[in-house]
Ligand binder design. Sequence first.
Ligand SMILES: Nc1nc2c(ncn2[C@@H]2O[C@H](COP(=O)(O)OP(=O)(O)OP(=O)(O)O)[C@@H](O)[C@H]2O)c(=O)[nH]1
Ligand SMILES: [Mg+2]
Length: 460
Amino acid sequence: MTCKDTIAAIATPYGIGGIGIIRISGPETQKIAKKIFRPFPNGGLRSHHLYHGDIISLETAEPIDEVLLALFRRPHSYTGEDSLEISCHGGPYVIRRVLEEVFRAGARPADHGEFTKRAFLNDRIDLSQAEAVNDLILAQTSQGAKIALGHLKGRLSGVIEDIREDLIESLAQIEVLIDFTEEDGISEDQDGFLPVITRAAAKIASLSDTYRYGKIRREGLNVVIAGRPNVGKSSLLNRLLGEKRAIVSTVPGTTRDFIEETIDIDGIPVRLTDTAGLRTPRDEIEEEGITLLKNKLLDADAVLFVLDGSEDVTDDDKKLAEQITEKPAVLVINKSDLPQRLEEKRLYGLVSGKNPPAVKISAKYGNGIDLLVSEIRTLALQPSAEDRSQTMITHLHQKVSLQKAHACLTRAAEGSQKGISPELIALEVREALDHIGEITGKTTAEDILQRIFSRFCIGK
Ligand SMILES: Nc1nc2c(ncn2[C@@H]2O[C@H](COP(=O)(O)OP(=O)(O)OP(=O)(O)O)[C@@H](O)[C@H]2O)c(=O)[nH]1
Ligand SMILES: [Mg+2]
């Protein structure tokens, strides 16, 4: 596919810098260069060569800036089209003047992510790679950057292709069955395709499960510090931060609004949220604080459930335990410097369905904090090292597509066991293929593409 118009944008950040780069892409690229670049070589510009010269004003023929210019002839360019990069002096005035001349010579302003979108439309990269370009630019953590680079190099595309091949193989087998049944009305091997479908479904499920960890590596871990009033949540936040950020007092119900701060654990940003203590609200403000807490718990990747070791487990503790059954948690038994009244056996089964690890600390004096940090590290870096070598997905729409594909294959497998017609099974497998194709962009709807590329910066 070739786009008819030629786009241009500043590819470097706004502001003052050593150089600023203008990018141009599209069929008019070489003509534009010929109009505004002097001296223009007689035989035209060679691809992948640097030229030194001036950008001139089309109106006055006066030089605007002394630049370096490089042409990348199609298809050997980022976008797959003729592209040009002009390295100007990096001041906002000069670079904007050069861009104006580029527009005057025939280009139009590029939209968000339009260069990458053209690379995708011209089959230079697939959608998962295009998204990885943006993830890499926006990466805030070493782990996030590593995953993005892997995807950019086609790691996710490879896994998706592998699943696609399975599905195509099973479709071929089903088609044979359809022809066979039509001709003879019977078949010897009604569900020979079933193992292939089951294998593909398992691969899809395991890829879909990586979302939680992929997202944490891309965006960081969202940890909520929760507990009843006065157990030492704010003291713990201050201790983990190494500074006095939240107000600590002997008065229960001190924290009303939530307080968010970020610490770095092994290259992953861990966002800590200190919240209002959970109990039957005493006033309107406390009620509001508790609503906020419940919303924060919904968004949390993990919960630090703080208990007071100098007191026994209370009904308020149990109420909170009910709210966090779905979340990975660490039981933080605080105030270990005081005489202990909390019986450890009361902790078993406190959070129903699981036994979260428990760590004894003193937020006031710092005891046990290293152990707690290592528990948080475990939450952030799960799954284990071997699993981490697995390809991960990092975007919600990828997970949604995988879940839809999985549902189709489940229906196909169940249908086949119930003896439904191979035509209907083939329909399900084809739909699963379409959902898989949404990740690489083979079958992605235009509005979703639009949304994905609108998150990019202009000039990329
Ligand atoms: N001895 C001892 N006291 C602590 C410890 N941690 C907190 N405290 C005290 O417990 C009281 C409450 O601490 P906060 O950190 O304000 O408790 P909180 O859970 O944030 O309380 P709310 O905001 O009211 O829900 C303060 O007087 C703290 O000094 C600890 O490890 N040991
Ligand atoms: Mg507090």
